[in-house]
Design a protein around this ligand. Structure first.
Ligand code: 5AD
Ligand code: SF4
Length: 429
């Protein structure tokens, strides 16, 4: 979602006459769009700001402007901390305030810091520019933002605010705008994308499946994906969409977080391991070749060896095509931060290593199982080698295609000739 927001910030700046700089050394304005999902991500901001500060000092000596903007979730949750630790930051704007950044930069007067931490996604979408620049073959489109779930480890409900769904008509208009720019694949985005409830063109409330059916009718759209879904909101409608909509890709990101019911309950995930498996079965029943990726957290407070074993058992059973796994990171203001029995760092690392080995092996074996098969590949860019193109399979694997006469934006039937742990190689027959 930060990638999407960054593009829309860049659009507004470009519309106002700014141009992208090659590096910070060539810039008069730098915008840091931050993430606070885990501690590592927000620590990164302060190291990046250190570099920007040096740049600003140099600019001041040369009597040039250098405006530093911090936006995103760290700006929202730690505005005072940023202002105190990095007094040279000029504009601090939470993720629902990104539509004001260009104006703030234009109005900027020295030593007149602006801090904006309102929280209204609806207002943001009303005011962001509709002038788009620089889109690629595959692009994100935010349809829903914020979260009401309050998983006990997660900072998102406090930074992105309450759940908000955009009107379907706005989404369809934006999709058409992307298609006019030669976008071929749209990835619908939301913190809770499958709890999308937007007002439809007919004045009724549409769910995600209804929106998918409407988007699938648009001329020129070759692929649709959506992310991220909460298992508790997976239903028959979305499963049916997978069965009926050809351009809806058979690859779903469905974070499970843990395989232990006790941990899931303390996480406030509102589903059991059994119910998670039922979601997988439901989707597989409607689209037999569907594959899954997932997110896992190890070392959540109170996680025992038995709990962790249940996570391994679940992963073993489902066999994920891809997965992300993280050590639990206590976030300020969340319920889990104050829970007893925090797991020692070494234990977290040990469990992460074991889980990642299993998940990497699963990914490799899925990739190996694709060798000899024909996959549809959307060509997204040129490869590193001569005559090489790179694309994505329907299962989202990167595929390098050798010696072909394809163009970026084409969908090709590619015979897979080799598999690496994270990508494939193929030829066009
Ligand atoms: N610690 C570790 N991982 C987290 N995630 C969210 N919050 C935390 C946290 N406090 C992970 C979850 C989520 C993904 C986007 O980030 O797995 O699905
Ligand atoms: Fe965070 Fe849970 Fe909401 Fe996802 S569903 S954004 S993990 S609170």
């Amino acid at each position: 979602m930060n990638s999407y927001d960054s593009l829309r910030i860049a659009d507004a700046l470009q519309e106002a006459g700014y141009k992208a700089a090659i590096s910070m050394a060539d810039a008069n304005v730098v915008v840091f769009n931050t993430c606070s999902i885990r501690e590592k991500a927000d620590e990164k901001l302060f190291s990046d700001l250190g570099r920007a500060r040096l740049q600003k000092l140099q600019a001041q000596i040369a009597e040039n402007n250098f405006i530093i903007v911090v936006t995103g979730c760290v700006a929202q949750s730690q505005s005072e901390d940023i202002a105190r630790r990095a007094p040279y930051v000029d504009i601090i704007a939470g993720p629902q305030e990104i539509h004001k950044i260009t104006e703030d930069i234009k109005n900027f007067e020295k030593n007149n810091r602006v801090i904006r931490t309102e929280s209204d996604a609806k207002n943001k979408f009303l005011h962001l520019t509709n002038q788009f620049f620089n889109r690629e073959v595959s692009e994100f489109l935010t349809i829903q933002e914020g979260c009401d779930n309050f998983c006990t480890y997660c900072v998102v409900p406090y930074t992105r605010g309450r759940e908000f769904s955009r009107d379907a008509a706005d989404i369809i208009t934006e999709a058409k705008r992307l298609l006019a720019m030669n976008v071929k694949e749209i990835i619908l985005l939301g913190q809770n994308v499958n709890s999308y409830r937007g007002i439809g063109a007919d004045g009724k409330t549409w769910d995600l499946s209804r929106l998918i059916f409407a988007l699938a009718d648009l001329n020129g759209l070759k692929r649709l994906r959506y992310t991220t879904s909460n298992p508790k909101d997976v239903n028959e409608n979305i499963a049916k969409a997978h069965g009926e909509v050809d351009i809806l890709m058979p690859f779903v990101h469905l974070p499970v977080q843990s395989g232990s019911d006790a941990v899931l309950q303390r996480m406030n995930r509102k589903y059991s391991a059994d119910e998670y498996e039922k979601c997988i079965d439901l989707l597989r029943n409607h689209r037999s070749d569907i594959t899954f990726s997932s997110d896992f957290i190890v070392g959540f407070p109170g996680e025992t060896d038995e709990d962790f074993q249940k996570t391994l058992n679940l992963a073993e059973k489902i066999k994920f095509a891809q997965a992300y796994s993280f050590k639990y990171s206590p976030r300020p203001g969340t319920a889990a931060e104050k829970m007893p029995n925090q797991v020692p760092e070494e234990k977290k690392s040990e469990r992460l290593q074991i889980l990642q080995k299993m998940l990497n092996d699963q990914q490799s074996s899925f990739n190996n199982s694709c060798v000899g098969r024909h996959l549809n590949v959307l060509v997204t860019k040129c490869g590193r080698h001569k005559n090489q193109l790179v694309g994505r399979s329907e299962y989202s694997q990167p595929v390098a295609i050798c010696d072909s006469y394809l163009n970026i934006g084409d969908i090709a039937n590619v015979k897979i000739t080799a598999a690496m742990s994270h990508s494939l190689v193929g030829v066009v027959m």
